[in-house]
Design a protein around this ligand. Sequence first.
Ligand code: CP
Length: 315
Amino acid sequence: MTPARGKRDLLSVQDVARDLPALLERASRLKADRRAGRRRHTLEGRTLAMVFEKPSTRTRTSFEVAMSDLGGRALYLSSTDLQLGRGETIADTARVLSRYVDAICYRANSHANVLELARSASVPVINALDNVEHPCQIVADLLTLRERWRRTFRGRRLAWIGDGNNVLHSLLLGAAAVGLDLTAATPEAHRPQRPIVAAAEALAATSGATLRFTTSPEEAARGADALYTDVWVSMGDEAERADRERAFAGYQINDAVLALAAPEAFVLHDLPAHRGQEITDSVLDGPRSAAWDQAENRLHAQKAILELLLPRRRR
Ligand code: CP
């Protein structure tokens, strides 16, 4: 294809902070359409390249099915199969892929790699997870929260229990953008990065969201309307496994922690879960788990994201 002149990337939640209400509304509509058996081919003839340097179940599958449902197609390109794995530069890969496809989603080992691909690509680039952010996950998470809270975040309290990782970074930015109160309980040595916290606080100043930080899972959980956790050892942190398992002992969502939350509170997990570490079987498989809806919502959220970044062609 001929490279577009203007393009829009999704590298951080900050790139769609203002679009979140419309994105969530569109994702809801697309979900209802799919359930009713309606398919709208809004991306007919479009192709998404999916470059993955790390494994994926949900992100890969939801992007691939999203493109198919919208009338387009997706190409899965493992970095080990591309010349990227033999030393071709990220910039050259971006330039070449831009001549074939309409957008590139990229699961990268580092945020610097995502920025480099986006700089050299002439088509939209979507961050499909890196070491700093996981923005597409948070669009699905906000969709899940909004569904359960009857379309409003106002006055609701979300508690994060666990690592100050890429998912928490994007969640802080997303919560701050939509005006949701978030308390993050992390060990002192695993707090979220300061520049992300500063960016989230700037968004919160406009939306009215409150962001709090503690080292106490119990303090975060008390009275919360929803609890959210993630693995103690993210992809790329495997060398720190033993230290992390020691540091995060106690940062678990179990029945006792859930009992501290509001009576109607539910539990999020972006998956995959390490059962028995950050979450127990009884919570993840229990009636207050929203994790399976959350996983499904990746599909509806990806569609809304793709439609936003790949505007319709004029006929
Ligand atoms: N939550 C998430 O990104 O899952 P995958 O790693 O399976 O894509």
